[in-house]
Ligand binder design. Sequence first.
Ligand SMILES: Cc1ncc(COP(=O)(O)O)c(C=O)c1O
Length: 464
Amino acid sequence: MIEIYVFLKPASVRSWLFLLLLSSMHKDNHLSARGISAAAKPSRMDLEIYQEAMDNRYHPDRNPDGAFPMNVAENHLCWEILQEKIQSITKTKNIPDWVSSYGDPIGVLSFREATARFLSKFLIHREISADTLAFSAGATSVIEMTTFLLADHGDIAVIPAPSYPVYTADIGVIPGVRRYDLQTHTEIDELKDGIPISIDQLEKAKKEIETMGSRFRMLILTSPDNPTGGIYSESQLSQLADWCIENEIHLIVNEIYGLSPININQPEIKSDYPDPIRFVSFGQLMVQRKNPYLHFWYSFSKDLGISGFRIGLLHSYNQDLINGYRNAGLSHSVSNYTQWVLQEVLEDLDFMEKYISTNQKALTESYVKVVSCLRELHIPFNPSYGSLFVWMDMSAFLSENSDHGQEQLWLEIFEKTGILLTPGNGFGHSKKGLFRMVISSLNHQALGVAMNRLKGFVLQKRNY
Ligand SMILES: Cc1ncc(COP(=O)(O)O)c(C=O)c1O
């Protein structure tokens, strides 16, 4: 619009009328108010630059000066293993007839059963039933559906900061629920003994929300966490569950990174965990309590590295919630063909066991590579228990302590190293200068080159 204005500046009144018409056409874009707002805002700020990095991806021979997209939470470490398995299934097995028909909107029974067995064996370590599961197209859609069914427009979901930026859109765009970023700490080293969330902080947030005339409806935790890699201890989860039940607040734990733990006994990193926290799935507590206020999210996008399959799930003992999901969830459901393929993979428990362990080894190798370099450079990071990330503090290099300063540093790192990180903007945390690095999007060779480039950047910044 501005360019057209400059171009038409010396023109006659007719040109002005043309301009007016153009701008009114722009306003009357045939969208609803919701559509206009959706069209105006991308779901995250780094998508455009991500495309640029992807188009110029590093390759040791073909593009040695290329870029390293390390901002989108994808796991490419073991795709070849899964690819071979899926290829053998689709080549050798007959496709069952049910694949071509409508199915249960929350997932066909045989797929829900296969997933229940998978989660019981590998993640929850307690038996769960297929009746407590509802599927839709990725955790994104599960988060949206669950929020839509549990909360009303204008309600508040409290999320300890920093946290996954896209929660804002998932709970906001359709369910109309707002995010409250609970500041549990300021400095990164306050995380080293666990995520310091307290009942006092929650009580204070509740009062504040109620004073604003809203309702604290949901508490969303991610464990292992995105971006910090922190986990909640069993006793923390139990205490938080008690408080939520007492206050009629829905507690949802997102364990989307539950099968992506870091092996904290690795000699290079063991000393970062002097008082280690044991990961216990929230699913265990849910089995004991079977309470309508407790829920669990999972997705195959991260642990299995198949974000493109779009399969996520809600696990809940709230039967009304599962019924609501079935009745309202058709537009979100997973294709039967996809369910069938994954069912075949999940039913081979020996294969899954080997896959999970290979993936965890590869992830730990990446993690050790990254944090060894950060340690050498004296860049503070949070010792991770799991997830695909390292959360690090580069605030020493900020030219100004603001969102703008953070964005400038993010762009400078990309320009000078080709490494595309995710800046803290959108994670809801008060401190500036923190960045998330995805450690699973590159193979180990490329990761080594990326870390060398980061080293060069940091040394140059410090004028060595
Ligand atoms: C915490 C968290 N929840 C949900 C998602 C979205 O997962 P999906 O690809 O299954 O929609 C992500 C992806 O990064 C995530 O980190």
